[in-house]
Design a protein around this ligand. Structure first.
Ligand code: 2M8
Length: 413
């Protein structure tokens, strides 16, 4: 099992970073790289550091870490939307997208450092990455506090990492899609269309991204039609602020402002809690009622006041913790549930890792162990599938998928 997981990561390694999938996603993705580093640190702490540092090499001068760093070695039209669509090049000459993804990076940097502290200190890893991670969090907490309530807002479904989650349906319904003949999807060349977002979804994704691009990715002047505070995004920022506090301490710096930021974000996040679950807040529309895995991910927040209630929800009929495979991406009893379609029901390995970490921190060892066993069993039986059917565990999307191998490797270690 360990060897099989390592083989996937080695096969997807490009020399300085890891592609999520050779076929479907042939560039470097932001939150994928963070999960990949968390697994890669057991195979090679040095490579895990290179993975994170190569991603940070695509950071913009305003502090944002773009969701894709494009590889010049890959055909420009291998993935849509590619570099010609985004038209974004960093001052260092790296072509990137202009949107972001959830901030798992500081957590990944801290865990990577811990994998081999002596070597990490010798290589000067933390002093190099710390200021970049601080700039990233500063970008999020200032330019992206679009609601003025102390939470980060996402401005595109791709920014959540949970692209076609039912939580975005109402907000997306307000967006006029780009004409279908104005772009060519490449994802359905590699994965079954039934496992992927619909053409209508893609038309809207393209429209939103083009509007941001046409305003030079300026958060102050872009007329965002889509602006939501996502629980998982903010919970991961809190976990990463705690990690920055640990990093600051290791560097003999004062961690107090990171802990203060974590506390402020945790208090603001509490306002998204209703009926046993965290829900996204739509800054342009009515309250989001869809219950998704995003609403459970705050389980990873240290000292979360709502943890007990959240755990009850995870174990109930809506998410069936311990009774279905991994943790479904959307409420099993919800009207939009689809067992095979991407983020509308299937279970994912990265979110299972996050829930496992939350359960472990809460001392829920039996649930944590059961989830761990299921991750390992399914990763192997599906040849490291991108996601699985929550009822029968059958593979969906791509195979030999990097973060699936990475989180399996981490849970094995
Ligand atoms: C998926 O998203 C990309 C767009 O970023 C896509 O569908 O083309 C999501 O699952 C996202 O969470 C992930 O980071 C990315 C690469 O694995 O694929």
């Amino acid at each position: 099992m360990r060897q099989a997981a390592e083989k996937v990561l080695l096969g997807n390694w490009t020399g300085h970073s890891t592609v999520p999938s050779r076929s479907l996603y042939p560039h470097q993705w932001s939150w994928d790289s963070a999960f990949i580093a968390i697994g890669l640190r057991h195979l090679s702490p040095r490579r895990a550091q290179v993975e994170l540092e190569s991603l940070l090499g695509s950071q913009w001068s305003d502090g944002r870490i773009p969701h894709i760093s494009f590889s010049p070695a890959v055909a420009r039209d291998a993935y849509f939307p590619g570099p010609d669509f985004w038209q974004a090049t960093t001052t260092g000459g790296v072509e990137t997208s202009g949107i972001i993804q959830p901030p798992v990076h500081a957590l990944a940097a801290w865990l990577t450092h811990q994998a081999d502290e002596q070597e990490s200190v010798r290589r000067g890893f933390l002093p190099r990455v710390y200021p970049k991670l601080v700039a990233w969090h500063t970008y999020l907490r200032t330019r992206r506090d679009l609601g003025g309530r102390g939470l980060v807002a996402i401005v595109h479904p791709w920014e959540s990492g949970m692209d076609n989650s039912p939580a975005w349906d109402a907000a997306l319904a307000r967006v006029t899609p780009a004409p279908l003949d104005s772009f060519t999807r490449r994802d359905t060349d590699h994965a079954s269309p039934g496992d992927r977002p619909t053409d209508l979804d893609y038309g809207r994704y393209v429209q939103l991204a083009a509007t941001y691009r046409d305003h030079a990715y300026d958060d102050a002047t872009t007329p965002f039609q889509f602006a939501l505070e996502d629980p998982a995004f903010n919970a991961l920022l809190i976990a990463s602020e705690h990690a920055l506090a640990d990093i600051a301490e290791a560097l003999d710096l004062d961690p107090a402002h990171h802990l203060k930021a974590a506390d402020e974000l945790t208090a603001a996040l509490g306002e998204l809690f209703a009926d046993g679950l965290f829900h996204a807040r739509d800054l342009r529309g009515t309250p989001v009622t869809a219950g998704t895995i995003s609403g459970l991910i705050p389980l990873i927040v240290p000292g979360l006041p709502q943890a007990a209630e959240l755990l009850t929800t995870a174990r109930g009929d809506r998410f069936g913790l311990g009774r279905v495979h991994l943790v479904p991406s959307y409420d099993l009893t919800g009207p939009a549930f689809e067992r095979g379609r991407y983020w509308r029901g299937p279970s994912w390995f990265n979110t299972a890792w996050l829930i496992h970490r939350g359960l472990t921190t809460l001392g829920e060892q039996q649930h944590a162990d059961q989830l761990r066993d299921d991750v390992l069993k399914l990763a192997e039986s599906t040849d490291f599938a991108e996601y699985v059917d929550p009822y029968d565990g059958s593979p969906r999307g791509a195979q030999t998928f990097s973060w699936t191998a990475a989180v399996a490797l981490d849970l094995l270690s």
